[in-house]
Design a protein around this ligand. Structure first.
Ligand code: ATP
Length: 358
C-alpha cells in the first residue's frame, strides 16, 4: 500500500468547512482506489491561533510541514486582524520559505456550468495560468517610513531575478508543451514598467528558444483582460508575474462560473519540500458557518494534489466525479445557482465516485 502524509491547514473563515469536505472526499477516493492511503494530520493555525499566541503558526511550523508529502490549505484572512498580517503570517509564510515558486491555476468551464460569457462553452475556455509565486511585488522588499508625516513613503519593490524569472518561464513552457495545443501566452507590462518587465520579456526571448515546438505570444496585462473575455478560445497556457496572475486568475475564476470552483497548486517542482494545494477563494466571511460554501475548489485542488503525488488515476476519477455532479445539475451549491449545502455537494461527489448516481 502506498502511504502519503498530508498536513491539513484549514486556516480561517470557510477554510475549515471546505477542507473537511475535501478530506472526506479524499478518503473516499483512496478507499475506492485501494492502492494508497492518506494519513491526514490537522493543524489549527490561523487567526484564532494568532489571537491566543501572537503569531499565526508556531515557530517550528515549517520544520513540521517539511516532513509531509503535501499540504492541503484552506484560507488565510479574518476581519479581526489586518489582511497583510494573516496573509504574510500564514500562507506566504509557508509558500515563500518552502520556495513553492510555481503557482498553477487551471481554469475551465466544468460540464453543465454556464459561465457569464454568452455562447462560450467548455471547449472555448480551458486555460492554465502559471503564476510566479516568489518574486515581483510580493517578494517582501519595501518599507514604510515617516509615518503620519506629509512626506510619508510606502513602497513595495517589484523584484525580478534572472534565476526566478527563468525557472517560472521554463516551468510554464514545459507545462504548455504537455498540453495538446502546445501554446503559451506571456503576460507583460513592458511598455510602462521599463526595467523589471523588459527584463521579464528579454529572459523569455532566450528561454523559449529551447521550446521550438511551443507556440508563444505576448500580451500586455491590460489587453489580456479583454482577450480573456472576448476571445477565450485563443488562450491555452498563460504565464504571468505574481501580481498580474493574481488579478487575472480571479477574472478567470469568475469567467468559469464562480470563485468557489477554482483550484490552485503552489508547487515546489524539485520536490525537496512539500507543495501546497488550496482553493483560490478567500475566507468568505459573509457565508462562514452557514454550511453553504462551495467545496468544488477544494475538491479540484485535492485532485491536483493526488496528481502531484503520482496518483493520476485517482486524481482523474475525482475530477470525473465532480464533473458528473456539475453536469447532472441537480445538486449544485448556491454560488452556482443551486441550493445544495456543502455537505450535500460533498455527498453527491462521493456518490458519483462510487458510481451511485449514474
Ligand atoms: P481574500 O482577500 O482572502 O482573497 P476576498 O474577500 O477577496 O478574500 P473571498 O473570501 O474569496 O474573497 O470571497 C469573495 C466572494 O466570493 C464572497 O462574497 C464569498 O462569499 C464568495 N465566495 C468565495 N468562496 C466561495 C465558496 N467556496 N463558496 C461560495 N461563495 C464563495
Amino acid at each position: 500500500m502506498r502511504e502519503y502524509s498530508v498536513a491539513a491547514v484549514p486556516g480561517d473563515g470557510i477554510g475549515s468547512e471546505v477542507i473537511s469536505a475535501g478530506i472526506r472526499v479524499l478518503h473516499a477516493v483512496a478507499a475506492r482506489d485501494g492502492g494508497f492511503n492518506l494519513n491526514v494530520e490537522n493543524f489549527p493555525w490561523g487567526t484564532d491561533y494568532y489571537l491566543e499566541h501572537g503569531k499565526m503558526m508556531p515557530e517550528d511550523a515549517l520544520d513540521t510541514l517539511r516532513a509531509f508529502d503535501a499540504i492541503y490549505f484552506g484560507s488565510a484572512g479574518d476581519p479581526r486582524v489586518p489582511d497583510h498580517i494573516s496573509l504574510w503570517g500564514l500562507r506566504l509564510a509557508i509558500c515563500q520559505p518552502l520556495d513553492q515558486y510555481a503557482n498553477v491555476r487551471p481554469a475551465r468551464l466544468l460540464p453543465g456550468i454556464q459561465g457569464p460569457l454568452r455562447d462560450v462553452g467548455p471547449e472555448d475556455l480551458d486555460w492554465v495560468i502559471v503564476r510566479e509565486n516568489s518574486e515581483g511585488e510580493y517578494a517582501g522588499v519595501g518599507g514604510r517610513v515617516h509615518s503620519g508625516l506629509a512626506d510619508e513613503v510606502g513602497m513595495d519593490v517589484a523584484v525580478f531575478t534572472r534565476s526566478g524569472v527563468e525557472r517560472i518561464q521554463r516551468f510554464a513552457l514545459e507545462l504548455a508543451r504537455s498540453r495538446p495545443r502546445k501554446k503559451l501566452t506571456l503576460v507583460t507590462k513592458s511598455n510602462a514598467q521599463r526595467h523589471g518587465m523588459v527584463f521579464w520579456d528579454d529572459v523569455f526571448e532566450k528561454v523559449r528558444e529551447d521550446f521550438p515546438d511551443v507556440e508563444t505570444d505576448k500580451m500586455l496585462v491590460d489587453a489580456m483582460t479583454t482577450r480573456m473575455v472576448l476571445n477565450p478560445e485563443s488562450l491555452d497556457t498563460i504565464v504571468a508575474t505574481n501580481l498580474h496572475a493574481d488579478v487575472l486568475s480571479d477574472l478567470a475564476a469568475a469567467l468559469t462560473g464562480s470563485l468557489g470552483i477554482a483550484p490552485t497548486a503552489n508547487l515546489r517542482p524539485e520536490r525537496d519540500a512539500p507543495s501546497m494545494f488550496e482553493p483560490i477563494h478567500g475566507s468568505a466571511f459573509d457565508i462562514m458557518g452557514q454550511g453553504i460554501a462551495n467545496p468544488i475548489g477544494s475538491f479540484w485542488t485535492a485532485a491536483m494534489m493526488l496528481d502531484h503525488l503520482g496518483e493520476t488515476v485517482a486524481a482523474a476519477s475525482l475530477m470525473t466525479a465532480v464533473e458528473r455532479v456539475t453536469a447532472n445539475g441537480d445538486i449544485l451549491p448556491r454560488d452556482l445557482g443551486g441550493d445544495a449545502s456543502t455537505e450535500q455537494v460533498t455527498d453527491a461527489v462521493i456518490d458519483a465516485l462510487e458510481g451511485r448516481n449514474e
